[in-house]
Design a protein around this ligand. Structure first.
Ligand SMILES: NC(=O)c1ccc[n+]([C@@H]2O[C@H](COP(=O)([O-])OP(=O)(O)OC[C@H]3O[C@@H](n4cnc5c(N)ncnc54)[C@H](OP(=O)(O)O)[C@@H]3O)[C@@H](O)[C@H]2O)c1
Length: 287
């Protein structure tokens, strides 16, 4: 398997992770299907799972996905360690998505995540998004305190700019950055976030890597992706993941799944590659 570094943490994981969100938000499958999906991903070699306290239906359901991930890993029962990354810094009042980067909120949210994940220390805790109402340094400072207290092992960021990564690095070691990034949404490349992560040895975790939870069908329908997929006897979704994997060795895509077959198909991309010619066609593919 193609292993990649989780930044400077010393941890390595296989090159494709699993995104837990589709198993816990609106339209989610039943518990049994979710557990099967998690087990299928782990059976296929995935050893890194991304979740968040707010992957749930609303405030009363906080921690739904974290509990599911913990349950799925236990049900799987494999011998290899699974690294779990969760996030704090958002809320779900009346099913809306709002930011809350208040240090008090982050510390409380982390305690709830520890319980939901049934662990004493979270492998990777990510600030879900900067909060315009709270100084960014205060939110990151809370994560540093959680690390010092031994509640979390490593700190990551999400939905951030290069300047915010630099500011956070002045406060605590940052091992990962998670921003939206796929064939259709290339800001992370265009605005230098991926290049900066590469320079600093920070893992870059593209979210919505196959087009996004609500918009992923465009990947399946894309004529160029279909054509490359057919010629390589793979799926258009795998083509989308292979393009990301080839862009940089710091990239670890985290495709979401709520069906076992999709988790398996994404995991299979770890063993595949595309020719330079195909990658160049995808680079030029502006939609
Ligand atoms: N930090 C943030 O602000 C943020 C925001 C959004 C997402 N995320 C994280 O990033 C993860 C991925 O993003 P996402 O879930 O929005 O979008 P995505 O991974 O681009 O798309 C997910 C959807 O694509 C389908 N899919 C995935 N792999 C497939 C394959 N190989 N073949 C066919 N269909 C496939 C799945 O369908 P089925 O459900 O039918 O299996 C899934 O619902 C999330 O799960 C979450 O962990 C983070």
């Amino acid at each position: 398997m193609n292993r990649r570094k989780l930044g400077s943490s010393g941890i390595t994981v296989n090159s494709i992770g699993l995104g837990g969100m589709p198993m816990s938000i609106q339209g989610r499958p039943d518990r049994a299907q979710s557990i099967q999906t998690i087990c299928a991903a782990l059976d296929a070699g995935i050893d890194f799972i991304d979740t968040a306290d707010v992957y749930c239906l609303d405030h009363s359901d906080i921690g739904h996905n974290e509990k599911l991930i913990a349950e799925g890993i236990k049900a799987w029962g494999g011998a290899t360690p699974v690294i779990v990354a969760t996030k704090g810094g958002m809320e779900r009042p009346n099913a809306a998505w709002t930011t809350n980067g208040d240090p008090k909120h982050l510390k409380h949210a982390c305690e709830l995540s520890l319980v939901a994940l049934n662990t004493d220390c979270i492998d990777l805790y990510q600030l879900h998004a900067p909060d315009d109402e709270v100084p960014f340094a205060d939110s990151v400072g809370a994560l540093r305190e959680l690390k010092e207290m031994g509640k979390i092992q490593y700190v990551g960021l999400s939905n951030v700019s290069v300047d915010q990564i630099k500011e956070a690095q002045g406060i605590v070691e940052i091992v990962s950055v998670q921003n939206e990034c796929n064939l259709y949404e290339r800001e992370a490349f265009d605005e230098g976030v991926v290049a900066y992560c590469e320079k600093e040895g920070i893992a870059f975790l593209p979210y919505s890597p196959v087009g996004g939870f609500r918009r992923h069908k465009r990947t399946g329908r894309d004529a160029l992706l279909q054509n490359i997929a057919e010629r390589n006897k793979i799926s258009p979704y795998q083509v989308a993941l292979l393009w990301l994997l080839a862009k940089s060795s710091v990239i670890i895509p985290i495709p979401g799944a709520s069906r076992p077959e999709n988790a398996r198909s994404s995991a299979e991309a770890m063993t595949l590659s595309l020719s330079a010619g195909n990658l160049s066609l995808l680079d030029q593919h502006h939609t």
